[in-house]
Design a protein around this ligand. Structure first.
Ligand code: G3P
Length: 222
């Protein structure tokens, strides 16, 4: 059986920058190796290359832009994300929404560049729409629960179940992640039992005094 994916988004939290980011990546590498669960990290762009080079973990960009090389200023070029060593990328995170046309272009660019694509969505209808674009993953995250400390697995398991069904109905090859408030092994187990392939999370790991202990708990029941 393929391992579930635990994807830790460092966002732009102070606690996820510099040495703190490396401490989390090192913890992800250790816990991933010991548990056999794949733990990925989505750091800020400037950390993609160092993290890809120094840690045996999949590294993801937090965003790419739907552009090709040329006259664009202040954009994130998918080719350079790949060249920096990224394994994949988030697309359309709730804190970095895109148009449907741009999501489609980003998924296509990811496929062309062999970047794993994780398209974030906010409900089951948008999960179905995202699945039609054939990304590797759809990540359902109710925006009101993001950073709330209240877990989607416990507060709204129905949205996970409906999204899994909606995605399967459109394209059974697309895997589903869920996120928002995920903080324990129990949250991860509920998500996996509901048919997801893992979780996307941030604050419970990034803001923890001991990120390694939280990661150990997250993988403890799967
Ligand atoms: O990308 C993960 C995210 O939006 C969920 O954040 O802090 O609720 O785990 P958090």
């Amino acid at each position: 059986m393929v391992s579930p994916l635990i994807l830790v988004n460092l966002k732009t939290y102070h606690e996820g920058m510099g040495q703190n980011a490396h401490r989390i990546a090192a913890a992800a590498e250790t816990v991933g190796r010991e548990s056999g669960v794949v733990i990925g990290i989505a750091p800020v762009f400037t950390e993609i290359r160092p993290m890809s080079q120094h840690y045996a973990i999949p590294v993801y960009a937090q965003h790419i832009d739907a552009i090709t090389p040329g006259a664009h200023t202040g954009h994130i070029l998918p080719e350079e994300v790949r060249a920096a060593g990224a394994h994949g990328t988030l697309i359309n995170h709730s804190e970095r929404r895109l148009t449907l046309a741009d999501i489609d272009a980003c998924v296509q660019a990811s496929r062309r560049l062999r970047l794993e694509s994780v398209v974030c969505t906010n409900n089951d209808s948008t999960s179905a729409a995202a699945a039609a674009l054939r990304p590797d993953y759809v990540a359902i995250e109710p925006p009101e629960l993001i950073g709330s400390g209240v877990s989607v697995s416990k507060a709204d398991p129905g949205i996970i179940e409906r999204s899994v069904n909606a995605v399967r109905a459109v394209n059974p090859d697309v895997r589903v992640l869920t996120g928002a408030g995920i903080q324990s092994g129990e949250c991860v187990k509920i998500a996996v039992d509901l048919g997801t392939s893992g979780v996307l999370l941030a604050s419970s790991v990034v803001k923890a005094d001991d990120p390694e202990a939280v990661l150990r708990d997250l993988v403890s029941l799967i």
